[in-house]
Design a protein around this ligand. Structure first.
Ligand SMILES: [Zn+2]
Length: 245
């Protein structure tokens, strides 16, 4: 396989993930399709109109090797994609990236929910972090590598090493069923850092509001994460979530 072919496969998978996550949608997606279509039509010396009709589709299928009768389909890699290929969704598209599950309200714990066991088994994993990896929390498998990496980077840069880190808790937003929406924590993609210090509702005076805290937060912001310290209506300094803010 040539380098070119590998690059194309990589690009195709990467773009497909953007579509699956709803990051690429609507007019933006349509414009990309139109531009790509013109390019393919030019190269194949078809009529260049940007409309992906039957002749253009046949050309694309040829390129993908879909029309070669009797030949084997392209071998798929069994390896999981590296984590930096996982798109960061908006909250609206959270399920497209991290999955969806059935759930019921927990009769013993107001505001909490109980998730479908199969989804939990397949997605929630133990994640080690902290100096010498001696601490751990349960979180979504798609953030289990990225979170400790960012935490390490943020701590080394700022000198702030959170002592308590909580992630996966299936529950409604703010433990309030009347909100009707589940918290990011239900998917295990949000992390509360030192909740006893970085209390929800505070707009100053927490470790994260200091100059060091600003450096710490910037590492997660630069990686595309949403940080509750920036929320206008109800700041939640402890909250770091792998969704687009
Ligand atoms: Zn939180």
């Amino acid at each position: 396989m040539t380098d070119d072919k590998r690059t194309t496969d990589f690009e195709r998978r990467w773009n497909q993930r953007q579509v699956d996550a709803g990051v690429l949608e609507g007019e933006v997606l349509a414009e990309l399709v139109r531009l790509g279509t013109r390019q393919i039509q030019e190269e194949a010396e078809l009529k260049v109109d940007g409309l992906a009709g039957p002749a253009t589709r046949a050309e694309i299928e040829d390129r993908l090797g879909l029309n070669q009768r009797g030949s084997k389909p392209p071998r798929k890699s069994r390896r999981r994609p590296p984590p930096d290929l996982v798109p960061i969704p908006t909250r609206r598209n959270i399920e497209a990236v991290y999955g969806s599950f059935g759930y019921a309200e927990d009769p013993k714990r107001p505001g909490a929910v109980i998730l479908d066991k199969k989804w939990v088994r397949e997605n929630i994993v133990k994640c080690h972090f902290g100096p010498n990896n001696t601490q751990y929390t349960w979180c979504h498998r798609l953030v289990a590598e990225e979170f400790p990496r960012l935490l390490k980077k943020a701590s080394e840069l700022s000198g702030y090493y959170p002592k308590k880190v909580w992630s996966w808790v299936p529950r409604y937003q703010r433990w309030d069923p009347s909100r009707g929406r589940l918290s990011d924590h239900s998917w295990g993609i949000a992390f509360d850092l030192d909740p006893h210090l970085n209390k929800a509702g505070l707009t100053g005076g927490t470790p994260l509001h200091s100059a060091e805290g600003e450096l710490f937060v910037s590492v997660f912001m630069d990686a595309g994460w949403d940080c509750g310290i920036n929320w206008k209506s109800y700041p939640d300094p402890m909250h770091f979530s792998r969704v687009r803010g």
